[in-house]
Design a protein around this ligand. Structure first.
Ligand SMILES: [Zn+2]
Length: 248
């Protein structure tokens, strides 16, 4: 089946191919199963590409990716967009700095919410630098506008969210940026899960967390204040450095 591809330039075609590649990687890595999950990218002032409703992310066709406007309406000739588009639209509304968003069902992340176990916010240096902390949203019925309601509180400030009983939501400056955050989130959750099987998790000392918070800021990944206050008791000084390494 062919779909009319009006309003598509070479750049958009490339983004469509990237959405398919990211979907294949997610499916292969077990970050989604069956027709779970959805991927989007902002490609214009009022144009967002998003995976079609009921599609398997491992088997996407670039021509069949849906195109919607900021009200969530499918553009003329588009396939039917994902029912989770409200969550994605909320992210683009709140974050002019991001161009991509991914909702996935990473198993360890979901299992931890079912068991009511938090991803320890003071344990993994890489997670602290990359995310500050990872908020867990309230529960929302999947595939409804409630998805936007629960992410709205957090997505303006945090790049990786855990959706209670449902999965993850990561945003980024590119599709691969959002994918790498998803991979890092599930990997971090899995490491914490394994450590919990082995015994009590040893948190980093506050002064070490403070150094990581400072690095987060230096690398331009977000504010040092995004780190969980539970890791930084009152009086812990965060080293403030205005210039640092350019890349992380
Ligand atoms: Zn879902």
């Amino acid at each position: 089946m062919r779909y009319p591809l009006s309003n598509m330039n070479g750049g958009e075609w490339q983004i469509r191919r990237e959405i398919c590649d990211v979907g294949r990687r997610m499916h292969r890595s077990g970050l989604v199963a069956g027709t779970d999950g959805n991927i989007s990218a902002r490609v214009g002032p009022d144009r967002i590409l998003i995976t079609p409703s009921g599609s398997c992310l491992g088997m996407l066709d670039p021509a069949a990716i849906s195109a919607i406007n900021f009200r969530g309406d499918a553009m003329a000739g588009s396939t039917k967009p994902s029912s989770e588009r409200w969550m994605h639209l909320c992210a683009y509304e709140s974050r002019p700095d991001i161009l991509a968003a991914i909702h996935a069902h990473p198993p360890t992340v979901i299992a931890m919410t079912l068991a009511g176990v938090a991803i320890d916010p003071c344990a993994l240096p890489e997670v602290i630098i990359a995310f500050g902390r990872v908020p867990v949203t309230a529960y929302a019925t999947p595939a409804t506008v409630e998805g936007a309601t629960v992410v709205k509180e957090w997505v303006g400030r945090f790049d990786a969210l855990v959706l209670d009983r449902h999965g993850s939501f990561t945003v980024g400056k590119t599709l691969y940026d959002a994918l790498h955050k998803l991979e890092k989130l599930e990997h971090g959750a899995h490491v914490i899960y394994m450590a919990q099987q082995l015994g009590r998790i040893k948190s980093l000392p506050p002064e070490e967390v403070a150094k990581l918070a400072s690095l987060r800021e230096q690398f331009g990944l977000g504010s040092a204040d995004d780190v969980s206050p539970s890791c930084l008791p009152p009086g812990t000084a965060i080293p403030r450095v205005t210039r640092g390494p350019e890349n992380y």
